[in-house]
Design a binder for this molecule. Sequence first.
Ligand SMILES: [Zn+2]
Length: 298
Amino acid sequence: MNQSVLYNRRMDAVPTTRHLPYRGRLAPSPTGLLHIGHACTFWTAYQRALEGGGTLVFRNEDLDPQRSKPAFARAMMEDLRWLGIRWQEGPDVGGPFAPYEQSLRHEHYLDAWRRLRDGGFLYPCACSRKDLATSAAAPHEGDDEPVYPGRCRTRIDEAKTYRSPHGVNWRFLVPDGETIAFDDLRQGRQQFAAGRDFGDFVVWRRDDVPAYQLAVVADDAAMEITEIVRGADLLKSTARQLLLIRALALPVPAYYHCDLVRDEGGTRLAKRHDALSLRTLREQGHSPRHVLEKCHWR
Ligand SMILES: [Zn+2]
């Protein structure tokens, strides 16, 4: 496969959502309780939607059937409402782009998988976890996914013989050596080198669950999201998603990656830090205002 044929469109020549009315989203995963870091990011998303005079969409990212729990989905909505955040579309209020639960949007993701397969962007990968663990590529700091060494790239021509993604992992072929650059509204100019900062990433898992990267790109486009507000831990994921957006010929949204919230000692607040879950803080009698004041810790 000749990569220059696949990637002959310049990144800055693609259509954007800039001319469209503001649409933002809150997209938490119901795999645990929300903590202060989430509160700060979602509060920022809410404020930007208000300032933009636009619409805020609540999307339940319950893709992973093993880790997602309905009780956490209910808790997310309660906690965000308690903070004072309001949304105009979502699983609880409906809207023109329903369903707003990823577990109910499988067909959308299959459609994206088919288009990527037909475009020659995907290949099936049968490497086991053990194969990858013994390969030379080490995980890069700040990103838990090791750079895939490309062993199954030779299978790219096989992709068209698959009618469904089921039963094997699918990887997206990244253009090695290309710099993926974008201007983040909060963090400024960002750039990542495909093939070095990240490798061919999984877009569909062998257990028939679409990967996060594919699902958010498909959903943000389908729900006409114009600005994505999320944590700075996802900057590198944005580079991967920009490649998917280009491959699917979708408009590029604006990005606003919030600073990561750290405690007074400088440690990043991890999701499983139960002492700082919104639920716990609320039970301890903290007010929403007091919780949001912690967003300014540096
Ligand atoms: Zn492989």
